[in-house]
Write a protein of this length. Structure first.
Length: 395
């Protein structure tokens, strides 16, 4: 079997690091994997260790003679279907038409490549349920694609993550996709509840993380909280700092940068508690895993406003690290009485602080043993197990 994998930009740039964990497993189970990224800016990461994985850039393909365009009548029919599901309005008509037009052009470029590729026994698989879903739906509509599968995570799934409270062309995507695989049960149920007509197309399959072993480094009395995310309003990293400020005996390390990182640095540097805070900024995935493996970590914290199924939390529990996190998206499928504590979706600073103090006391009393936490990860989020199961679904 061959897999044509559509990504946002991987292997270009530094994002989508969790794609690597999946490739390491599934590349051993299939004949060939072809990666086609939507964006190709930046330096491509090496795929030397994966000899049957290659990258194709379709964006320079000549489409002047392409005959697979969508007529204006067909485009309006597509948008009328969206309207009937309250998934567009007159206000967004021009924007949605432009999205269709952009997808149409990329579909033409992809089709140029497809004409020289043997598609027999090939599975077309988009890691995201967004732009590529539109492109693949157009090719399916035109009879140029046998079937395709899309994963759905968070931003590409939940309407509430978008300013207009809609995801453009969602009905069109669902009508033509073979199956949508949400990364959480919560995501599956959300999509089914909004589009019951397509419920039989919508399933779920957990992502997974690589096994780096158990963190057994507990040789310190220091209480050390770790968080790992982009620094932006959605992730509420500054709120974590405010919580830490209110607990004098706690040290905090944050891994990750982003649009709010400079402001966070300034706030920390002017605080009397700055000696207890360590802002690491951006780190490579290998560096993060080495940090989790070797440093004494009391608890992992995530108070994001929204999530799909947070890989950062999966990684933490794989090392046996307890977690305190907001109950958003599929987080409750990772964080439970065995692995940590769930906060309300929008806790106050004081509520989060009191819950953090409570879990720290429980950890000190011997609750949340590392091996128990890791055992939960092994059953539910081991990459080797989950991605083998996912390949079975694709077949």
């Amino acid at each position: 079997m061959k897999i044509i994998l559509f990504t946002a930009s991987y292997p270009y740039g530094s994002g989508e690091t969790f794609v690597e964990s999946e490739l390491e497993v599934i590349s051993k189970l299939v004949e060939e994997i072809v990666i086609i990224p939507m964006k190709t800016k930046g330096v491509a990461r090496s795929l030397y260790a994966l000899p049957n994985v290659k990258v194709v850039n379709i964006h320079g393909n000549d489409i002047r003679n392409s005959e697979i365009g969508l007529s204006l009548v067909l485009k309006m029919r597509i948008l009328l279907n969206e309207w009937s599901y309250s998934n567009t309005s007159f206000k967004y008509l021009r924007y949605d038409l432009r999205m269709l037009h952009n997808a149409e052009n990329i579909a033409k470029k992809l089709n140029v490549w497809l004409q020289s590729f043997e598609t027999k026994n090939a599975v077309f698989y988009s890691f995201w349920f967004d732009e590529w879903a539109n492109v693949l739906a157009i090719l399916k509509l035109k009879g140029l694609l046998p079937k395709h599968v899309c994963r759905a995570h968070g931003y590409d799934l939940y309407f509430e993550r978008h300013e207009r409270k809609q995801i453009p062309l969602r009905f069109f995507q669902l009508k033509h996709v073979t199956s949508v695989v949400a990364v959480s049960k919560a995501g599956r149920d959300y999509l089914r509840s909004h589009f019951p007509k397509f419920k039989n197309k919508i399933g779920f399959s957990y992502l997974g993380t690589k096994d780096y072993g158990l963190n057994e480094n507990h040789s310190t009395n220091q209480i050390h909280i770790v968080s790992c995310s982009t620094v932006k309003p959605l992730k509420r990293v500054e709120d974590i700092f405010q919580i830490i400020e209110g607990i004098p005996f706690v040290h905090w390390t944050h891994i990750g940068d982003g649009e709010g990182f400079v402001a966070l640095e300034k706030r920390v540097s002017s605080s009397e508690h700055r000696s207890r805070v360590f802002l690491k900024g951006a780190m490579s995935h290998d560096e993060v895993m080495a940090f989790y493996s070797t440093r004494p970590i009391t608890c992992f914290m995530n108070i994001s406003e929204s999530e799909g199924l947070p890989v950062s939390i999966m990684e933490a529990i794989s090392f046996g690290i307890p977690v305190i996190a907001t109950n958003v998206g599929g987080t409750s499928e990772i964080v439970n009485e065995q692995t940590g504590v769930l906060l309300a979706a929008n806790p106050t600073i004081d509520e989060a602080k009191q819950s953090l103090i409570a879990i720290l006391e429980q950890i000190n009393n011997g609750n949340y043993p590392s091996q128990t936490i890791r055992d939960f990860w092994k059953i539910h989020f081991d990459a080797k197990i989950n991605y083998r199961n996912f390949i079975d679904q694709l077949v």
